[in-house]
Design a protein around this ligand. Structure first.
Ligand code: NAD
Length: 295
């Protein structure tokens, strides 16, 4: 029978472990990890994410330092805030919620975060470290969504070495770091993208498929061979008719119902990868705190 990978439960387990670890750190050092959460403007989805991240962080004992700035904040003002947070000793992780308003260059802001406080793992130095490290070093700050996917894969207890893994999507935040993580597990990795030809055939040869595209139910059931593990990162809102009424529904990049017939294990949307992303943000903040104690 196909195994449903329960992201909510795995994320809860990770948060429980982090809570214990933070309690121990508090008893030993008298301090707790601090996470600065910076939001510029009032994009509704960003406010939802910031609220969810803040709630989860506080639940595990991380202190959240909230900076909600006006939409008109200039790039210079935001840079000045990041510089201040880079020096602030009670701040171990800095999270700048994306997207930023159009007048601010996101890359300039992300690059200005001190690599040791890079809670998202997006800084070029951390991206480089992830690429160079030969194994998954516990001190690395790794992009949260792909790391969450890796935890779910490892939790299945299968030997990842030598498996054919297809990552669909080559973004800096999901596809590329996912491929790096799978490579470190000794998978044979293919990164497929918008220009890939015969994607169906490429997927049919995969033991592991990670879909991070942003196209509702693009991966069809017959793209998934028997025994494949399917991790669906996509979050897509589609309109469906329920009792004659148009309603919004969240779906992934995979046709869940059909793919589940062939898969060995599969993540649902929602309740799969999503909860893991936040849990891994808390993990990075805790790692950054521990790294700071060593210095
Ligand atoms: P992105 O838009 O930056 O990248 C999408 C990638 O898909 C691109 O690399 C592109 O080459 C590829 N692509 C586009 N069309 C394709 C096609 N027809 N065939 C093959 N590849 C194609 O997106 P992203 O930021 O990586 O996010 C991808 C999806 O994952 C989105 O739905 C996003 O909402 C979701 N996401 C979820 C989480 C989470 O926590 N669950 C986190 C990040 C992103």
């Amino acid at each position: 029978m196909t195994k449903l990978i329960n992201g909510k439960e795995i994320a809860q387990n990770l948060r429980n472990e982090l809570k214990k670890e933070i309690d121990n750190l508090r008893s030993k050092t008298g301090k707790v990890p601090g996470l600065a959460v910076v939001q510029v403007g009032n994009v509704a989805a960003s406010s939802v994410y910031v609220k969810a991240k803040t709630k989860s962080a506080e639940e595990v004992g991380i202190k959240v330092i909230d900076h909600h700035l006006k939409e008109e904040t200039s790039e210079k003002e935001l840079l000045q805030l990041v510089m201040k947070l880079n020096k602030q000793v009670n701040v171990n992780g800095i999270l700048v919620q994306l997207p930023l308003p159009n007048h601010i260059n996101e890359q300039i802001i992300l690059d200005s975060i001190h690599p040791d406080k890079d809670a998202d793992g997006f800084h070029p130095l951390n991206v480089g470290k992830l690429s160079i490290a030969s194994h998954n070093d516990e001190n690395l700050l790794i992009p949260c969504t792909p790391y969450g996917c890796l935890i779910m894969l490892k939790g299945l207890g299968i030997n990842l070495a030598g498996k054919n893994a297809v990552v669909i999507g080559r973004s800096n935040i999901v596809g590329k770091p996912m491929a790096q993580l799978l490579l470190k597990e000794s998978c044979t990795v293919i990164i497929a993208h918008s220009k890939t030809q015969n994607l169906q055939e490429v997927c049919q040869n995969a033991d592991i498929i990670v879909a991070a595209v942003g196209r509702p139910e693009m991966v069809k059931g017959n793209w998934v061979k028997n025994g494949t593990v399917v991790i669906d990162v996509g979050i897509n809102r589609i309109e469906v008719k329920i009792n004659g009424e148009n309603k919004n529904k969240l779906v992934g990049d995979v046709d869940f119902k059909e793919a589940a017939k062939n898969a060995f294990a599969i993540t649902p949307v929602p309740g799969g990868v999503g909860p893991m992303t936040i849990a891994c943000l808390l993990r990075n903040t805790t790692i950054a705190f521990k790294n700071a104690q060593k210095n």
